[in-house]
Design a protein around this ligand. Structure first.
Ligand SMILES: [Zn+2]
Length: 270
């Protein structure tokens, strides 16, 4: 069920997220957030890592995927937004990272299994990446990075043109300013939208786990682990996945909503 790969697959291709979500997501409230903050603080510093044999890693990944795949496929088809054929890749990288990349590929690092307390937590991570694929976040994020880049180029291009009106090198200056603008615009687009896509991937993950009969309270433990790890420069995942108490609070809100709706998807955002 899992392909093997070298860790290089993880480089730079993790979904950054850039656009809005496909679904309407619950709003956080302050009491929710305060509880999560207290919990993360009480949980202490860096989370423990347990060494796992190749056999352990394979068995855990296979078991977690087998439990959620039928419901995940069904959910993806119900959404009818992204591709529902996935290629699962196991990386031997020991950092705490996983990702959804081009062509339906989902990679999970060995480090995920080493930090996870149980199979439910691993299932949560896989379901999160399936959520990104099902909502086609990768395509939306690319499109929005491009939109952001064009905006930035127009804005700073105009500034450059004004500043260099009386300069013989004005064309070069304008072009230069446009390049800088393109980079800034792309980065801003990426930063301002990724949280929403990440939150949606968590939400979809919780729906998949709920429908698969996976214990959501056990799965939640991985968000605590990630929040603990985020204070320690351990991982690339934390660059792309907001991992603090806010994410935990959003998870709790999502789970309450999903339980009340008996696993039905929320309304579409558009
Ligand atoms: Zn994500």
């Amino acid at each position: 069920m899992w392909h093997r790969t070298i860790s290089a697959v993880a480089v730079a291709s993790v979904v950054g997220g850039c656009a809005g979500s496909v679904h309407q997501l619950p709003q956080l409230d302050q009491s929710n957030l305060s509880l999560a903050q207290t919990e993360v603080q009480a949980a202490g510093g860096a989370p423990p890592r347990h060494a796992a044999s190749d056999e352990d890693v394979n068995r855990t990944l296979d078991a977690a995927l087998a439990r959620i795949k039928p419901a995940a496929t069904q959910l993806c088809r119900e959404m009818a937004v992204g591709g529902c054929e996935w290629r699962f890749v196991k990386s031997n990288d020991r950092s705490l990272n996983a990702g959804a990349v081009a062509n339906g590929t989902i990679f999970v690092n060995r480090g995920i299994v080493e930090y996870a307390a149980d199979e439910e937590e691993v299932a949560m991570v896989i379901a999160h990446e399936i959520g990104h694929q099902s909502a086609n976040h990768l395509a939306t994020s690319r499109r929005n990075q491009m939109v952001g880049a064009i905006f930035g180029a127009i804005l700073l291009g105009a500034v450059g043109a004004l500043a260099s009106q009386n300069n013989r090198n004005s064309a070069a200056i304008t072009r230069n300013a446009a390049d800088v603008g393109a980079n800034l615009g792309g980065a801003a687009g990426r930063i301002s939208y990724s949280k929403e896509q990440e939150r949606e991937a968590d939400y979809l993950s919780a729906v998949i786990l709920y429908r698969s009969g996976v214990d959501l309270d056990k799965a939640r433990g991985f968000l605590v682990t990630m929040a603990r790890a985020s204070g320690h420069k351990e991982t690339g995942m934390l660059d792309t996945h907001p991992a603090g108490p806010e994410r935990l609070a959003a998870w709790d809100k999502a789970v309450a909503e999903i339980r009340a709706a008996n696993g039905a998807l929320p309304k579409r955002a558009h």
